[in-house]
Ligand binder design. Structure first.
Ligand code: AHG
Ligand code: MN
Ligand code: MN
Length: 333
């Protein structure tokens, strides 16, 4: 049995010149996720479910646990001395830790502290998803927005925690993807899914079909293709949609499948946020042998971000399925 802490220290040896700062950052993420796990698991008992009567910067109603999780990750990441700034779904502007607290820290973190948070009240899986970059602002200068507006391909690390039937952390530092299952009785994450690979093909498609009539033609045609019977290609595919990106991606990562969040009339740019939802998921997908593209078939990780909370359509999953989707996107706009 190997714990997440041991695994990180083992891996550190593979990076010449490693200083242990990234390990400290992961220790912070690990600790905060343990606290959030504890809170989520008693969500039906304590008065912590439901809406908080507040809206975030994107006009979305914040759940009490959105705010709770945001606070825990913020405090944990500020405390280790290795993070100079944080951008979060729940914060309008990025938060500086470089003033006084961590002036020489080299990492910035972008985070969705609680993904799928409206699912908590109905006891369905939620997640935390994060992305880590090196700062681009020279040490000694105040960090700025450009430290956060980096392309996904420049991520140093990315990962998620899924609070499901068990809690797991899945992450990559650009050298494959590994998954760790939390043992609450021991208080440790243990390596349970070594070198995760996204199956080259699959038979699950995940999309909010309630928005179907508003989807671009190519996407509509692809969904119809998924539903047509064809023995040779194992169709019709199975439809699975939880409504928590992390849980939907996690299932497809293990079983093979495609996740689609296209543009629609309600969300003309798609719903998911590029920097702290699409990019970390795309990084993990590619690291596991999968593929992630936007609606113009551009690689998600190559998109030049313009704003911290910008949105992007996302198509991610098994390579063969994304390649098939591309045929429809080309033909069907
Ligand atoms: P969040 O709870 O962080 O705002 O994210 C919700 C996201 C994502 O988790 C999920 O895949 C998607 O919203 C579901 O959207 P629809 O309800 O439109 O399908
Ligand atoms: Mn989210
Ligand atoms: Mn969220």
């Amino acid at each position: 049995m190997k714990t997440l802490g041991e695994f990180i220290i083992d891996r550190q040896g593979e990076y010449p010149g490693a200083t242990g700062e990234l390990s400290a950052l992961f220790a912070a993420l690990r600790l905060a996720s343990q606290v959030v796990h504890r809170e989520i698991n008693k969500a039906g008992l304590a008065d912590i479910t439901g809406a908080a009567d507040l809206e975030n910067v994107q006009g979305e109603q914040q759940q009490k646990l959105d705010i709770y999780a945001n606070d825990k990750f913020k405090v944990a990441l500020a405390a280790r001395g290795v993070v100079c700034g944080l951008a979060s779904e729940e914060e309008e502007r990025f938060i500086r830790f470089d003033e006084g607290l961590n002036p020489d820290a080299k990492y910035v973190v972008l985070i969705d502290p609680l993904d799928g948070s409206t699912n908590i009240d109905v006891n369905v899986s939620v997640g935390t998803v994060f992305s880590v970059y090196k700062r681009v602002t020279p040490f000694g200068q105040p960090i700025s927005e450009r430290d956060f507006l980096q392309r996904g391909r420049d991520q140093v690390a990315a990962g998620y925690v899924i609070y499901g039937s068990s809690t797991m952390m899945v992450y990559s530092t650009g050298n494959g993807v590994n998954g760790f299952t939390y043992d609450p009785s021991l208080g440790v994450f243990c390596l349970s899914h070594k070198n995760m690979r996204l199956p080259k093909s699959g038979n699950i498609y995940s999309v909010n079909e309630g928005n179907y009539v508003h989807f671009p033609n190519g996407v509509k045609k692809y969904i119809k293709y998924c539903q047509v019977e064809d023995e040779a290609t194992n169709r019709p595919y199975t439809s699975r949609y939880i409504g928590s990106l992390i849980a939907d991606f996690h299932r497809n990562l293990l079983k093979g499948g495609i996740y689609l969040y296209p543009t629609s009339s309600r969300y003309p740019d798609g719903k998911l946020r590029l920097l702290y939802e699409c990019n970390p998921i795309a990084f993990l997908a590619e690291q596991a042998g999968g593929k992630a593209i936007g609606d113009r078939q551009q690689r998600i990780l190559d998109i030049e971000p313009r704003a911290i909370h910008e949105r992007s359509p996302l198509f991610v999953g098994s390579v063969d399925m994304i390649v098939k989707l591309e045929e429809f996107l080309e033909g069907g706009q």
